[in-house]
Design a protein around this ligand. Structure first.
Ligand code: 1GP
Length: 235
């Protein structure tokens, strides 16, 4: 079954899917075991693996460790074409459409295309939209793009609709890892009434209750990363 069908099935059953995000970077080495214990003992449906920047070349080794310590499906959430792994056969194929940096609109996609084809990875075209969650985030710094202002609903809607009309299968609204605020519920309700493709939200989410509230506003998938790493996440 394709990962998109899997996520849709979970949504039909549970009203949304809850995704854990693991950044396979050196900074998490000492806590990877604990993070996986928290994920496995909670109600997550799948694990996203990826980060804005990986400091060393032990990315594959960490994925191997994650794979051998969970039964949940893994989905790649790559920060660049360097994060395409033969060990994960599903991937969010991201287009950073809130920004205007060609590196993340087409360059990285072209760089990774032959490897994805060779490995026969199940790619989900995803319109990736950064929102300003009140913090300076590494995704914004590394991509040299500015997030969209959440108060400008019409501009956010125009981006989301453009993402849909370009043929993407998902829209990912991300306030960035560790952001102060998550997506505003009134904005999410407004956008979800207009767009016809499933919406993923992430950035700054610290509890299961918050995830449930966002699902009531129209999120099909909710991503939790930082608060799981820090142990702050409230089940
Ligand atoms: C970041 O949306 C993800 O790209 C998750 O954000 O780490 O703040 O949970 P957090």
């Amino acid at each position: 079954m394709s990962i998109l069908n899997f996520l849709n099935e979970v949504k039909d059953k549970n009203s949304f899917s809850l995704l854990a995000l693991i950044d396979p970077d050196k900074k998490n080495d000492s806590r990877l075991k604990d993070i996986l214990c928290r994920i496995n003992s909670s109600n997550f449906n799948a694990i996203l693996v990826g980060g804005s920047y990986i400091e060393d070349d032990l990315f594959e080794k960490r994925i191997k460790y994650i794979k051998s310590n969970t039964k949940l499906p893994l989905i790649s959430f790559p920060g660049s074409s360097n994060q395409i792994s033969h060990q994960i056969n599903s991937m969010l194929y991201l287009n950073l459409i809130s920004g205007r940096n060609p590196k993340y609109l087409i360059d990285e996609q072209v760089k990774g295309a032959k490897k994805i084809n060779k490995l026969d990875i199940d790619t989900i075209p995803t319109a990736y939209i950064l929102l300003d969650g009140g913090s300076c985030t590494s995704v914004s710094n590394i991509s040299s793009t500015s997030p969209l202002n959440m108060n400008d609903k019409e501009n956010v809607l125009s981006h989301a609709l453009a993402g849909q009309f370009m043929g993407n299968k998902l829209i990912y609204f991300d306030c960035g890892s560790g952001s102060k605020f998550s997506i505003k519920s009134d904005l999410l309700s407004y956008i979800s009434k207009e767009v016809k493709i499933p919406i993923i939200v992430g950035g700054g989410i610290k509890s299961y209750n918050e995830a449930v509230k966002l699902s009531h506003c129209g999120a099909s998938c909710v991503v939790v990363g930082n608060s799981l790493e820090s142990g702050e996440y409230d089940i």
